[in-house]
Structure formats: C-alpha cells, structure tokens
Design a protein around this ligand. Structure first.
Ligand SMILES: Cc1cc2nc3c(=O)[nH]c(=O)nc-3n(C[C@H](O)[C@H](O)[C@H](O)COP(=O)(O)O)c2cc1C
Length: 205
C-alpha cells in the first residue's frame, strides 16, 4: 500500500522514472516492516523458495532458533511430510511474541485443489493456536521429489503409500494416479512465479 501511494505521489509531482525507482527503494527501506525468512527443508524445495523470496525482498535469512526478536514478519517455508509441516512447531516456539507469521507450506499435492488446503489446515491448527491464529497467514506452494535422493525411511513410506493407493482405490483422483505414475522418478514443480502472492502480501502488509 505504502509503495503504491509513493508511486502516485511521485507521478503527480512529475518525477522521472529512475528517480522514482530509487525513491521507492528508500521508502521500503525506511518504512517496510522487518521481514525475516526462515526455512526447514529436507530435500531442497523449501530452501529454493525461501532463498529466492529473501533475494526478492532483500530480507535476512535466519536459523529457526535465532529469529531476531525485533522481527515484525517471519516468513516460514517448510516441506509437508505426511500432512505435517516440517519445522513449524519449532518456528512457532521461537517466534517473537509480536511478530506476524507468514507460513508457506511446500508439498507435492497440488495447491489448486481446495481439499488439499483443508487437510493441511487440520494439521496446522494443532500447532498455530490461540491468539497466534490472528497473526498468521498461510500460503501453499508446490515442491518436488527425487526418489533417488530420498532416505530409506522416506522411500519405504512412499512405497507403502503407492501400494495402498494401488490396492484400495478403485476410482483414483488425478493426483493419486499421478503419484502412482511418477513413483520412482524425479518430479519438480518448483515455480518461483508462485511466490508473487506471498511477496505482494508481505510488501503490502
Ligand atoms: C515421506 C514423505 C511424505 C510426504 N508427505 C507429503 C504430504 O503429506 N503432502 C504433500 O503435499 N507432500 C508430501 N510429500 C512431498 C514433499 O512435501 C515434497 O517433496 C517437498 O518438496 C519437500 O520439501 P523439502 O524438500 O523442502 O523438505 C512427502 C514426501 C515424502 C518423502
């Protein structure tokens, strides 16, 4: 909001565009809330998103255990594992008391499918409770999976999941079928353009 007001003001004052860009950077540097990026990533997808987001926002990246106490907004990126956001509980534990939390989940499930959000929300509601709920905004992004890089435990979990899907589901959803079809391969849905709504939200906060 502040940035837009700035542009309108400068436009009306007849500023040149190069000066305008410079002015806008100063405006953000002075008035933007302190944004800190935190991530927990097992195989790299959340890390890729987090580092790109921090680059775009020129934000500090912090370890979950040492989030600066003066952070206004903490943007946390975490991978989904059996419906649980990896590292979220730890992030909530170390979140400064007055900071807003922007949670970005990274999973294989398609964020365009609304039911997937509901499933994730059931789990996050167990961790994000009470007054923190009012200070939290959640976004969902798509990650990837390289079966050759998975730990033995994770390989076994995926094998079991595919076995259950093959056995018990007669009418499979497109997503379940895709999980079966891509079993054992390398899939990468990481798409930096999907960061734009998160970026817009934080910039306009
Ligand atoms: C054992 C296992 C369980 C997973 N469970 C889910 C899940 O419940 N929902 C989902 O959308 N993706 C799930 N995934 C996919 C991961 O979320 C995906 O690979 C993501 O990109 C991981 O992010 P990271 O590499 O940053 O940890 C699972 C992956 C593994 C290996």
């Amino acid at each position: 909001m502040a940035g837009r007001t700035m542009y309108t003001f400068a436009f009306l004052s007849g500023f040149r565009s190069d000066r305008l860009i410079c002015l806008n950077h100063i405006w953000y540097a002075v008035f933007m809330k302190k944004t800190v990026v935190v991530y927990k990533s097992m195989y790299g997808s959340s890390k890729k998103y987090a580092l790109e987001f921090a680059r775009r926002m020129r934000s500090e990246v912090s370890d979950v255990k040492s989030i600066p106490s003066d952070a206004d907004i903490v943007v946390f990126f975490g991978g989904l594992y059996a419906g649980v956001v990896n590292g979220l509980a730890e992030c909530v534990k170390h979140l400064p008391h007055s900071a807003e939390l922007v949670l970005v989940t990274v999973g294989l499930a398609d964020p365009a499918v609304e039911e997937n959000h509901d499933e994730i929300r059931k789990m996050t509601d167990k961790v994000i409770t009470g007054e923190l709920k009012n200070r939290t905004r959640i976004f969902h992004l798509r990650g990837g999976m390289d079966y050759s890089a998975l730990s033995a435990k994770h390989k076994a979990m995926m094998w079991m999941l595919v076995k259950v899907l093959l056995k018990t589901k007669k009418e499979r959803s497109e997503e379940d079928q895709s999980l079966i079809d891509t079993y054992g391969s390398c899939i990468d849905f990481v798409d930096f353009s999907a960061l734009s709504p998160v970026e817009e939200f934080v910039r306009n906060f």
